[in-house]
Design a protein around this ligand. Sequence first.
Ligand code: NAD
Length: 295
Amino acid sequence: MTQIAFIGLGNMGGPMAANLVKAGHSVTGFDLVPAVLEDAKAAGVAIAATPGDAVGGADIVITMLPSGKHVLSVYEAILPAVVPGTLLIDSSTIDVDSARKAHALAADKGAVALDAPVSGGVGGAAAGTLTFMVGGSAAAFARAEPILAAMGKKIVHCGDAGAGQAAKICNNMILGISMIAVSEAFVLAEKLGLSHQALFDVASTSSGQCWSLTTYCPVPGPVPTSPANRDYQPGFAAALMLKDLALSQDAAASAGAATPLGAAATKLYEAMVAAEQGGVDFSGIINRLRAGATA
Ligand code: NAD
């Protein structure tokens, strides 16, 4: 049994902390929102009054927060109460620069850090089937792996500090672009009089095959479990896709990488969110393309 502090018990953090409890760990949690604390308590998480109280006595601290600024402010708040050698795992999706700052803040206090963002969404968090993309030292990764295994089924060591966040935003840039590509193809097929099923049957077994088509098909019918079959209820909301694409564009600008399709995808999701469709599944972008949206 490991003593774990868990800060940020929202849609993702709540079920992740619950899975740590189920795996037999002792988990103390903190969040700013009373309702999520109630849910965490019902799942067996002990509730702390402050972030500092949560980390007292913890071997491992996990954070699951909205953005880089939240992670850095929580690190500033907890580090005075963290003993040297504590392992800090940040599973939030944040910018690479903030992730590296978090590693540096931890190192200043003699703690060890990992950036470990996830893919798999709320369903994967509840089922304990997340994929973790991890950045940090090999020794820290080896220490974290059995803990992460209680919350995920695939755990990849991507490299040094920030490499987990880099993997996450590169993957999600592919996802954002590929969903638009698949959606454009269905819209064109409609105009050409080609049925959804015929395009799916060909492309899913041809060179157009990709996850956005075969698992998350943006039209109803060919993949019965995709959000298109339930009026684009998320799933993965467009606002979260925009967040990840914006992180990819910040990283591309700071690293000097050309990502013209990433930039176009970001503009299309910006327009979708600006049209108050941020809560719609990101595959709902097809409806904007049908209506003539251009980047
Ligand atoms: P959420 O908004 O449901 O949860 C975030 C929680 O952090 C909230 O409960 C909030 O009260 C808490 N919080 C904010 N500031 C805090 C502070 N200073 N101290 C303590 N708690 C604080 O968001 P989520 O969907 O759980 O996402 C969390 C992270 O996971 C984000 O970085 C997101 O991009 C990433 N992510 C989300 C999904 C998804 O499908 N929801 C998938 C993969 C990754």
